[in-house]
Design a protein around this ligand. Structure first.
Ligand SMILES: [Zn+2]
Length: 188
């Protein structure tokens, strides 16, 4: 059976990855089994060839938890646990990349080359992408959805965006409407 994953589409890979741990309080882990992990990677990477990630569920979930902790700290403006930083770095260190020069007739260009293959390379790239996200020009635009019960991260692409998806904005307005009316009823 196909799982309906919380994929926003168009968000940086580490953001989509962190969003697989869904909800506030009672959380749903969308990477809870090897089968779901394989489905998620297939949906997110599309036709791009990639190794089966399901057999490496523990490493996948550990990196996901780490990215989630780091994005949470960033959106809350606090310093994360040093252990989370150390763990993220262990994933990039396990899959170092190096620039290689190509010089076709159009002029010189750099291409990043992997030094390892397989799952370590996939996870290393997500970890490197997370570092770029946290330190890059859009680091200040990282947000958490304000929809009721929603916890999704997103990168605020335009100034008025407050929700991960329009449906969360709809639910938020609705719950505020009910709250207003209930409060009014209570004080009557
Ligand atoms: Zn939301």
């Amino acid at each position: 059976m196909d799982v309906e994953f919380p994929i926003l589409g168009g968000e940086p890979l580490p953001v989509e990855f962190a969003n697989t741990l869904y909800g506030i309080g009672e959380q749903t882990d969308y990477l809870q089994s090897a089968a779901w992990i394989d489905q998620w990677f297939t949906q997110i990477l599309g036709a791009a060839p990639h190794p089966a990630m399901g057999p490496h569920a523990d490493e996948v979930r550990l990196l996901r938890d780490t990215v989630h902790a780091l994005l949470s700290a960033a959106t809350q403006g606090r310093t994360p646990e040093p252990e989370a930083v150390r763990r993220l770095n262990s994933y990039t260190a396990a899959a170092p990349t190096y620039p290689s020069l190509t010089w076709p007739s159009g002029g010189p260009a750099a291409q990043w080359q992997d030094t390892v293959e397989g799952p370590a390379a996939v996870l290393g790239r997500i970890a490197a992408c997370c570092i770029e996200l946290l330190t890059g020009p859009h680091s200040g635009d990282l947000r958490r959805c304000q929809g009721p019960g929603c916890s999704m991260f997103f990168v605020k692409a335009h100034p008025r965006r407050r929700w991960c998806h329009p449906s969360c904005g709809h639910r938020d307005r609705q719950s505020r409407y009910y709250r207003r009316h209930l409060t009014r009823g209570a004080t009557r």
